[in-house]
Design a protein around this ligand. Structure first.
Ligand code: PEP
Ligand code: MN
Length: 251
């Protein structure tokens, strides 16, 4: 689980595309001292004709690369059918925005594992609905939860979502779960990801999850919002002094 007195960065591709892609990314994370690798093996796509993820193969690549570079794997459980494989290969089980209301999946996760569960906010979920979704996992037997603010649907068309950073202190007042921020899905814009990560740190979040890609224009999903490697390096350089000033050094 995340350290209370640190700001934890999670980075990786939207979707796992190949072993080589993961290895290139893991080398960068290693250099930047980032300990958490994200990547979707099962992808919840809006269109059924878009890339759905490499599935079990991708889980195996994630595990192998993470073990080689001593990283923790964060990956999404999309359904109860594939949940056992995700639990076997992941260190942190992600529940995506589209599944926040899937009580059957939440209960199954709570019953099946004590591994940390990263619960993303539904794209139109209230704080209460989000906390009650967490309660489904907790009441089924696993209170090891991390909440992730990932933006909500609003009327503003220039961003993919509207990142609700007020959720961070608001939920900290109501629960003891760590809360992190996903500025990648929260804004959908590379130019806003670094400033919003700084803001997430300043408002008390315990970490941030960032999508990166060696060649965003070649990505099989969410390339438009992926940071390049130099941009991730820039993010860490900008964040480091701020995180220290906030007494939560980068982890
Ligand atoms: C993701 O993080 O891979 C993802 C699909 O995000 P969300 O569930 O927030 O849309
Ligand atoms: Mn994505």
């Amino acid at each position: 689980m995340f350290k209370q007195d640190a700001f934890t960065l999670i980075a990786g591709p939207c979707a796992v595309e190949s072993f080589e892609q993961l290895e290139t990314i893991a080398k960068l994370l290693n250099k930047l001292n980032i300990k958490h690798l994200r990547g979707g093996a099962f992808k919840p796509r809006t269109s059924p004709y878009d890339f759905q993820g490499h599935g079990l193969k991708a889980l195996k690549w994630l595990r192998e690369v993470a073990d080689r570079y001593q990283l923790k794997v964060v990956t999404e459980a999309l359904s109860t059918q594939t949940l056992p494989a995700v639990i076997e290969h992941a260190d942190i089980i992600q529940v995506g925005s589209r599944n926040m209301h899937n009580s059957a999946l939440l209960t199954a996760i709570g019953q099946a594992t004590q591994k940390p569960v990263l619960l993303k906010r539904g794209m139109s979920a209230t704080y209460r609905e989000w906390l009650l979704a967490a309660e489904y996992v907790a009441s089924a037997g696993n209170s090891n939860l991390i909440l992730c603010e990932r933006g909500i649907r609003s009327f503003e068309p220039s961003c993919r979502n509207t990142l609700d950073l007020a959720a961070v202190p608001a939920l900290q007042a109501e629960s003891d779960y760590p809360i992190i921020v996903d500025p990648s899905h929260g804004t959908g814009r590379p130019d806003l990801i670094i400033p919003m990560t700084r803001a997430a740190c300043a408002c008390g979040a315990q970490g941030a999850m960032i999508e990166i890609h060696p060649q965003p224009d070649q990505a099989l999903s969410d390339g438009h919002q992926a940071l390049t490697f130099p941009e991730l390096i820039d993010l860490v350089e900008q964040l480091d002094p701020l995180a220290k000033a906030c007494h939560r050094p980068l982890a």
